[in-house]
Design a protein around this ligand. Structure first.
Ligand code: NAD
Length: 282
């Protein structure tokens, strides 16, 4: 068994991205990323600060807009509109979750698709699901990071892959990205009757359920590559959706939590921002 070191792989990719940012900056303009946060949710604040820090380290120009929890929806849309029209901004990210009075779908659709570095806009998800290869297409960051980790450790073509979770942010796009690389993919969810019977079939097993230690070693196929996307806080400790100690006895490769998928997600956000800058030009 080998532990997949997401931190190390993310650092390697960031070194390459930094060189790209330098090149683009030399051509006249650094990539620009704007992050909007509504309210003071502490997990969101941590994620936003991490994104800002990584962007800064790479030389990406980043602005963070923190808005009051009770801000009227219209004010948020005005800000997004301004950023849509700002030529120095390549990527716009609205940190989720949003307060209840704000409709997240409407917010996602307000961001210009060519600045949607989160890959959540229906045009981008539509392009992903239609398999459109021409033109600009952003894919969501966590799924992109997951694919990088899998590709570096196992052959996807022809493998049997099992994804636990069907969210728009993780499960569904991972399903499509694996399918595009010719895996035979099963997607499981909260109504799946016999989860263990399904997960045991996976040469590749991606778990994104948001349920601490949902998958244990008995549910992992011998020699599988296991990607644990879950981030759960249990008694102050961060734990994944996979019981690492029992699963590592069966897996050939497995990601830890923390230090697996998390660092890759932020790295892919930077990669998408650079992609957007290339598309927009200097
Ligand atoms: P979500 O709540 O939107 O979706 C969870 C999915 O899991 C649902 O489709 C549900 O049907 C399925 N599910 C729940 N319980 C299940 C069960 N008992 N058996 C089978 N399926 C079950 O969550 P999400 O946004 O996809 O996130 C999933 C997890 O990944 C969370 O812990 C989240 O914090 C984490 N996450 C991590 C990163 C990262 O960068 N590391 C990014 C996004 C999400």
């Amino acid at each position: 068994m080998a532990v997949i070191d997401g931190k190390k792989i993310a650092a390697e990719i960031r070194t390459e991205l930094k060189a790209e940012v330098e090149e683009l900056t030399g051509e006249g303009r650094a990539p620009g990323l704007s992050v909007i946060m509504v309210g003071q949710d502490s997990a969101s604040r941590t994620y936003v600060n991490m994104k800002k820090k990584v962007a800064k380290n790479l030389g990406i120009k980043s602005d963070v807009y923190v808005m009051e929890e009770d801000i009227p929806e219209a004010e948020l849309f005005d800000l997004i509109d301004n950023l849509n029209n700002d030529k120095t901004v390549d990527g716009i990210l609205v940190q989720l979750p949003l307060p209840d009075h704000i409709n997240p779908d409407q917010v996602i659709e307000t961001v210009e698709p060519d600045k949607d570095v989160d890959g959540f806009h229906p045009l981008n998800s539509g392009r992903l699901f239609n398999g459109q290869k021409e033109g600009l297409r952003f894919e969501p960051c966590t799924p992109l990071g997951i694919m990088e980790l899998i590709e570096r450790h196992t052959e996807i073509d022809g493998a049997r892959a099992v994804v636990v979770g069907r969210s728009n942010i993780v499960g569904k796009p991972v399903f499509k990205l694996l399918l595009d690389q010719n895996a035979t993919v099963t997607i499981c969810h909260s109504h799946t009757k016999d989860l263990e019977a399904e997960t045991l079939k996976g040469d590749i097993l991606v778990v994104a359920a948001g349920y601490p230690r949902l998958v244990n070693g008995d549910m992992v196929k011998e020699g599988a590559t296991v990607i644990d996307v879950g981030v759960n806080r249990v008694n102050g400790e961060l734990v994944g959706d996979v019981d690492f100690e029992s699963a590592k006895k069966k897996a050939a490769y497995i990601t830890p939590v923390p230090g697996g998928v998390g660092p890759m997600t932020i790295t892919m956000l930077m990669k998408n921002t650079i992609k957007a800058r290339r598309y927009h030009g200097a």
